[in-house]
Design a protein. Structure first.
Lengths: 190, 771
């Protein structure tokens, strides 16, 4: 509880400005504590980061974090060479996961049957940006921004991308002919 | 003392003028505010017209409410209260009129030039250089008028309100001049002398302290006069006034870098910005306490008196915002809240709650005293209060929700922290759409409240007679007793000032000195604190007596204020200007813009793109995941002005260069929704029909060279040739992709600029340390 203030605390200063008078009350203790507390925090914070350099600065911190993320990505990423991708395309676990990803993200342009609409057909043997597994994966990695195909790997990650490629490849056979297609004429989505 | 009495009539005419101007400009500023808020939700209300587009109108809104609405209100309050507090009529009727009309002319000039796209590209400092000079001159007129009045005062001692007015006049002049230093390239365009990180630091030293010394200190002064008057109660605590005034004006200046946390600003400045912001909490709350506790014993009047309602709510909002400010300055909180609507909510709590309600309370209190008639309707004023209150709560609540929601979504990761949960920026924007609508509703309610004030004012004064206040004084009243005079030496040679100077000196030695100096500074600081404490405990009376004497000496008082507000800026800005230059840049240095790209950049600035797009990838994992490698200090070193931005209504652009093909940008600027479904960005059709001002380039490049950007000594013909060559190549590339556009159009220059963003050269690390 607030103690009863000493009587002199309620006395007014003798001066009056245009009728305005002033008490001279003591500063509240909790207020002084916040003031002193902030000052002490400043000393500690400065010593931690600037004097003893214990704390990392922004660039050091983010670099360290990004290295960890890169490492985690490398561990999580499946090997995306031709042989492995073909192997995945024959593994139902990968294909099933890839189907979900494809139908959520890719089907709006390529259709669920992959016969093409806004984006090109993916089940025929005509390919604009290359039809080997690694070439297909590279298209997902870089995107075809001018045509509206986003770069998916940075967005959904290496694992889901590889699964989606595996799902696509499950409609193809290793060694089938790959023909070059110049452009895809967009068709209305069915 | 002779007992002959004379009557002084106050200059209340200029008070009435400023008051009416504030009411009118306030309405204009708020109408524009409501419009820009609606534009964020409904892109159609940009009307495809250049001068009605968000990027140009948002600066108009901020400048109008700060400088026109609060500015005029502040002048009315300062002139009314100062004359009464010092028992003297304003020194010069001519200067008063010059001040009033000059200021209105500046506002009109701003209201014309900003929608036309004439902008310096720095927030709250957008006005072009001829207007900057006018502002400076009129501010000097104000200062002369004010200090001349002080010199003629019949009340020797300066009341706390006057302290705040002095700090306002001095500091705004200092901030304004430094942040507006520019090299003109023609009558309507200039480049700021500072570039990149230097410009960022100077800008936010200005921006933060414009909030402090334009929107806070003068209004605190107004509070110290009008609140005890309206409550008819003594001010709660004089010693709290003393402590919170000096700590506020000293600490505020240091906190500017909290607008640049986690950016490319050197770490020591960020740490100063954060810690001093936290230290600012108590001084700010000192003002709130003195306001609220003055109402002790008058709370019952709040039920009936709209004036006190407004004041009590305003001071409460002040307390809320000055708690929120330090909170947002904590680096980790800032990582979430910065660039989002949370900041918008924070500033509107301050402007609508603190400034707007202080203005309304003051106006309702003044009307019957400046005109010979009681307020037309008290119940309308009460209705205004409640409409305004609900409006603010809706507005601020919506912006908190919106900002935190978007911040959380933008920072959310998935797959063990390796991927963004919402990689598409537009998803986060469309999630907060309902909150953006709520803001429009809240803002509109507040505006309706303001219209009620205008109606009430009109009904009160339409048939009323203006009256000027008078006072009877003794002819020779107010002469300062000789022994109370303080000399220049005496200004510094006294315990409070001497201990403060030593304390600050030792602190700086500790913070910035080398190993030995740091330790010496630490011990010096400790010793200084102990000695000051001991001295105060034993000779505290002498401190108090000295301060009472200082209050009758306006010049020494002003000198001490100048020193207190100058220290923070000097410590932060001078090293940055000396060290963080292009020549000293390590790792990466920006590639200078070609003539076409520079022209495109000026279009970017002129359209106010920085109001929604930052160019600063922070040292935060979600920023790096979303936009690429974090921005280095050297990557914007030639940018006059810097364009780091303060709000991301759209995504960051620091590394947008070559991310998309040229045709993408062409289609996007033509109709953003064709590329990005659900976008709220305006269309920019005029960029496809307006020609780029290539003729201005030689003067612009000459100015850039003067500022140290390494352009070769090109002739005008070489500049034109380079411009034409690049524009033609870009237009040809667009044509190949199906976009037909003449090379001389603005869109071509703008695309060239956007494609340059993020391009740098690698600098070999220097062996010798520069710090």
């Amino acid at each position: 509880m607030t103690p009863i203030p000493p009587p002199e605390d309620e006395t007014l200063r003798h001066h009056s400005f245009d009728g305005i008078q002033e008490f001279d009350k003591r500063l509240p203790n909790w207020w002084l504590l916040t003031l002193y507390g902030a000052i002490i925090f400043w000393v500690g914070y400065w010593a931690y980061y600037q004097w003893f350099h214990v704390g990392l600065d922004g660039p050091q911190e983010v670099t360290r974090e990004m290295i960890k993320i890169e490492a985690a990505r490398l561990v999580a990423a499946p090997t995306a060479d031709n042989a492995s991708l073909w192997k995945m395309s024959r593994n139902p676990v990968f294909v099933e996961a890839g189907r979900t990803t494809f139908n959520t993200l890719c089907a709006s342009c390529h259709t669920e049957k992959m016969t093409g609409a806004i984006g090109p057909n993916l089940v025929d043997q005509l390919w604009i940006h290359g039809g080997t597994p690694t070439e297909i994966y590279a298209t997902l990695e870089k995107g075809v921004l001018a045509k509206g195909m986003p770069a998916w790997v940075p967005v959904i990650g290496a694992k889901k991308s590889a699964e989606a490629v595996a799902y696509m490849l499950s409609f193809h056979k290793e060694g089938e002919p790959i023909e070059v297609q110049v452009a895809w004429i967009p068709q209305a989505p069915k | 003392m002779s007992d002959q009495k004379i009557t002084i009539e106050f200059n209340d005419k200029v008070v009435r003028q400023f008051l009416l101007a504030s009411v009118i400009w306030g309405a204009v500023g708020m109408v524009v505010g409501t419009l820009v808020a609606a534009q964020l939700n409904y892109w159609q209300v940009n009307f495809n017209l250049p001068w009605l587009t968000f990027g140009r109108l948002r600066p108009l809104h901020t400048n109008a409410v700060i400088f026109a609405f609060v500015g005029n209100m502040m002048f009315a309050g300062i002139y009314y209260s100062t004359q009464r507090l010092v028992k003297a009529r304003l020194a010069s009727d001519f200067l008063s009129q010059l001040h009033f009309w000059g200021w209105q002319l500046i506002i009109v000039a701003a209201a014309i030039t900003l929608p036309l796209g004439f902008s310096r590209g720095k927030e709250y400092a957008e006005l072009i250089w001829p207007i900057n000079i006018a502002v400076t001159l009129i501010w000097v007129v104000f200062a002369v008028n004010f200090f001349w009045t002080l010199a003629k005062r019949r009340e020797p001692s300066l009341y706390v309100a006057i302290w705040f007015y002095i700090a306002t006049i001095i500091t705004v002049a200092m901030l304004y001049i430094v942040n507006h230093l520019s090299i003109p390239t023609n009558w309507l365009h200039s480049y700021p002398v500072f570039g990149g990180v230097q410009d960022a630091l100077v800008q936010w030293w200005y921006g933060h302290n414009a909030v402090a010394f334009f929107l806070t200190t003068p209004i605190l002064g107004v509070m110290y006069y009008f609140l005890p008057k309206a409550a008819e109660r003594p001010v709660y605590s004089y010693r709290l006034s003393v402590i919170h005034f000096w700590s506020l004006v000293f600490v505020y200046i240091w906190a500017g870098p909290h607008h640049l946390l986690n950016s490319a600003l050197p770490g020591w400045l960020q740490n100063l910005g954060m810690t001093f912001s936290l230290m600012l909490w108590a001084p700010s709350w000192g003002g709130m306490l003195n306001g609220l506790l003055t109402l002790r014993g008058a709370w019952d009047k709040l039920r009936t008196d709209p004036v006190l309602k407004f004041f009590a709510a305003a001071v409460t909002f002040y307390g809320m915002c000055t708690f929120e400010g330090p909170l947002l300055s904590i680096k980790s909180v800032n990582a979430l809240g910065h660039y989002t609507d949370w900041i918008i909510g924070h500033v509107h709590g301050g402007t609508l709650g603190w400034n707007g309600f202080m203005a309304a309370g003051m106006i309702y209190w003044l009307l019957p005293r400046l005109w010979s008639r009681p307020l037309h309707s008290v119940s309308l004023a009460n209705l205004h209060f409640w409409l305004g209150m609900v409006g603010i709560l809706l507005y601020v609540g919506a912006m908190w929700t919106s900002g935190i929601t978007q911040g959380v979504m933008l920072n959310a990761t998935t797959e063990g922290g390796t991927l963004l949960a919402y990689p598409n920026f537009i998803d986060t924007l469309n999630t907060i759409r309902p909150m953006m609508l709520m803001r429009v509703i809240g803002g509109s309610l507040y505006l309706v409240g303001w219209f009620l004030l205008m109606y009430n004012l009109w009904k009160t004064i339409a048939t009323a007679r203006p009256v000027n206040g008078t006072i009877e004084v003794f002819a020779d009243e107010g002469a300062i007793v000789h022994e109370d005079k303080i000399t220049l030496v005496g200004t510094f040679l006294n315990p409070p000032v001497a201990f403060s100077i030593f304390g600050v000196g030792f602190s700086c030695a500790w913070m910035f000195g080398g190993d030995f100096l740091s330790i010496a500074g630490m011990f010096g600081l400790l010793l200084c604190v102990v000695l000051a404490y001991a001295h105060f405990e034993s000779r505290g009376k002498r401190w108090a007596t000295w301060y009472d004497r200082l209050l009758v000496n306006s010049a020494p008082f002003t000198i001490l204020v100048i020193i207190a507000v100058a220290v923070g800026g000097l410590v932060q800005i001078i090293p940055t200007v000396l060290v963080n230059r292009a020549a000293n840049v390590e790792d990466r240095r920006q590639l200078p813009y070609t003539p076409l790209e520079l022209a495109g950049r000026d279009i970017f600035v002129s359209e106010g793109c920085y109001n929604c797009h930052s160019q600063m990838i922070r040292t935060l994992v979600p920023d790096v995941l979303r936009y690429g490698d974090y921005s280095r200090l050297g990557e914007s070193i030639y940018d006059h002005p810097f364009q780091w931005g303060s709000k991301r209504t759209g995504p960051d652009l620091a590394r947008v260069g070559t991310k998309y093909p040229n045709i993408w940008h062409l289609r996007h600027m033509e109709d953003p929704r064709a590329i990005s479904v659900g976008s709220n960005m305006p269309n920019y059709p005029w960029l496809f029909t307006t020609a780029t001002d290539a003729a201005a380039l030689p003067a612009k490049i000459a100015a850039q060279r003067q500022l140290g950007v390494p352009y070769p000594a090109w002739t005008d013909a070489q500049i034109t040739a380079d411009f034409d060559r690049q524009a033609k190549a870009l237009a040809e590339d667009l044509q190949t992709a199906g976009g037909v556009i003449a090379p001389d159009k603005q869109i071509v220059a703008l695309i060239a600029y956007l494609q340059k963003l993020g391009k740098y050269e690698t600098v070999a690390p220097q062996s010798s340390a520069t710090r």
